[in-house]
Design a protein around this ligand. Structure first.
Ligand code: JFZ
Length: 570
């Protein structure tokens, strides 16, 4: 097993999608080509010889490895993953085994990877390579190659098994060998889109990497869960903390490779929230830039990364080397990370006072990372009746950072946490899907499942049900709301299921719909909708139980549950 220490401690890396596709930049014959920039060959159905001819025009005279790596370093990124070969099959490095490469086929004639390797050494970043092992639209035998797909639709990724095996031996393995022998130590190989690859083939690629460089990591997208760590979906934020080692690749706008008409840039605030959100769930953030055909990282990307870097200069301690929040639930004021005896509170919603529930370890000292000399005032209380631990921190009037301000808490030892889901300071009781106890009464096939990303999905069988234990310190009337989340980026969750909730001897029920969007969903890419089932009246208690059963689940409309929430009424 490869050593993941450096990768875990890094938490933040730069992704670079750079290739011939930066020349058409999302256009072909003057017309925009829908979809991802680096997919222009396929999405634009460009004849191979015309695409090959782009190499003759590729001359990124402004390419400056030092500038790229200095930018990554200034942003606080610790590793850099660059497309050595994307699905178009073009090697962006000097590949002696295959002439379709930047040194042999372009007027540029330089090897950018050699220059990047040097710059990375100077700045102490790990150089890593993206390599499309299965899809290769240019090499005979590669998945998605025109001729291989002959007769089938142009987007098909089929290929005959023995031709694919030959391509693996003749192109992929020799090129992976080149990448791991020409540039010194490589941090990881980011394989992608395994599509047609067999388990055996994935394993043999992993073995090849480890045999050449035992410390080089292999990304999960090599296929069949063979990698050293997992890759979440693009831009994906898991609903809860993940176990194991995961990374989310993410874009600054909507495209990986350079696309001249994509101006949909995220804001610095959005980027910092993503970074913080992912760190609080124990996930690495691999943030992409798409340099132009001249070799420049677009201006808006540079500015955004510099802004993130300014935040990291002050607050990096709350990110590097930390682990996911040790708390079961999330807090309404922000997110948490931990390193040893120190908790970091990453406050996104600044307020005069914040409350942390469930921390049983005493606090020694609290301060803002932006003002390390000044102590913050805090009070620890323990309600013996309810056995509820609360830590309250008084915050200065002005947030030190408009986007995310970080409070460090030095504890007397590693944090010990009471896992009860406590009613929050804002009065809400939030019961996340991923923390539900599952009662599976159906055949295992149809059973509801918690996905690796923490959401509870694919609840298809009315014999299954859920329950949560929770505590509330305020007696009163609560509206019971069921929140569905999109199972996949931007597609709304199916609705029309009838569910029944039971708490403290009271029953509420209703049919779920998509009429009321949640204004602050747990993830900005996965829309959520809340349906009210009616209200219940609760005494205060530390041992409440809410059960959720499904009365009807229409065909094709499994439940994808983000949470059940009890919201105080009146
Ligand atoms: C792949 C590539 O096809 C794409 O061009 C880009 O390089 C991206 C980083 O990776 O696309 C994917 C692969 C997997 C998912 C989404 C897009 N996924 O699992 O969500």
């Amino acid at each position: 097993m490869a050593d993941l220490t450096w990768w875990r401690e890094s938490r933040f890396g730069m992704f670079i999608h750079w290739g011939l596709y930066a020349l058409p930049a999302g256009q072909w014959n003057g017309k925009p080509v829908s979809g991802l920039g680096e997919w222009v060959l396929r999405n634009g159905q460009i004849p191979l010889d015309e695409y090959e001819a782009l190499a003759g025009q590729f001359n990124p005279a402004r390419f400056d490895a030092e500038a790229w790596v200095a930018l990554a370093a200034a942003a606080g990124m610790k590793y850099l993953v660059i497309t050595a070969k994307h699905h178009d099959g073009f090697a962006m490095y000097h590949s002696p085994c295959n002439p379709f490469n930047i040194v042999d086929a372009t007027p540029f004639g330089r090897d950018p990877m050699a220059e990047l390797a040097e710059a990375c050494r100077r700045h102490g970043l790990r150089l890593c390579f993206y390599y499309s092992q299965a899809q290769d639209w240019h090499a005979p035998g590669g998945a998605g190659h025109w001729e291989e797909a002959g007769g089938t639709p142009w987007w098909s990724q089929t290929v005959e098994a023995d031709r694919f095996a030959q391509y693996l031996e003749e192109k992929v393995k020799p090129q992976v060998r080149e990448l791991l022998t020409q540039y010194g130590p490589i941090g990881l190989i980011w394989f992608d889109t395994p599509v047609v690859i067999s388990r055996e083939q994935s394993e043999s690629l992993g073995d090849l990497v480890h045999s050449l460089q035992p410390d080089c990591l292999v990304s999960g997208r090599v296929g069949h869960d063979v990698g050293d760590y997992g890759s979440l979906g693009d831009n994906q934020i898991p609903l809860g903390p993940v176990s194991g080692d995961w990374e989310t690749p993410a874009t600054l706008n909507d495209t990986w490779g350079y696309r001249s008409d994509d101006h949909h840039w995220k804001t610095t605030r959005e980027l910092l929230h993503l970074l913080v959100e992912l760190a609080s769930k124990g996930v690495n953030y691999l943030l992409n830039v798409g340099p132009t055909a001249l070799g420049e990282i677009p201006g808006p990307s540079t500015e955004l990364l510099r802004a993130v870097g300014r935040w990291m200069d002050v607050n990096g301690d709350a990110i590097y080397g930390t682990s996911a929040s040790p708390f079961a639930a999330e807090f309404e004021w922000g997110r948490v990370t931990v390193r040893g005896d120190r908790l970091y509170l990453l406050v996104t919603e600044w307020q005069p006072e914040i409350e942390i529930l469930g921390l049983q370890t005493p606090v020694d000292r609290a301060w803002l990372l932006a003002q390390p000399e000044e102590d913050l005032l805090f009070a620890e209380t323990h309600d013996f009746g309810l056995s509820r631990y609360a830590l309250r921190l008084a915050l200065p009037e002005a947030a030190p950072d408009a986007d995310v301000s970080v409070i460090a808490l030095q504890l007397t030892g590693p944090p010990e946490i009471d896992e009860t889901l406590w009613q929050r300071a804002d009065g809400r009781i939030v019961l996340p899907g991923y923390l539900a106890e599952r009662h599976v009464g159906s055949d295992i096939d149809g059973a509801l499942a918690a996905t690796r990303t923490g959401s509870l999905s694919n609840w298809r069988d009315t014999r299954d049900s859920l329950s949560w234990r929770f505590g509330n310190h305020v007696a009163g009337k609560y509206d019971v709301r069921v929140v569905l989340c999109s199972p996949w980026q931007e597609k709304p969750a199916p609705t029309g299921q009838t569910v029944r909730g039971e708490v403290a001897g009271q029953v509420v029920s209703g049919t779920l719909d998509a009429e009321t969007p949640v204004t602050s969903p747990r993830s900005q890419y996965f829309p959520e909708h809340a349906t009210s089932l009616g209200s219940v009246t609760l005494e205060a208690g530390a041992d409440q139980v809410l059960r959720l059963a499904a009365v009807t689940i229409p065909d094709g409309a499994p439940l994808h549950l983000a949470a059940v929430e009890l919201v105080p009424v009146g």
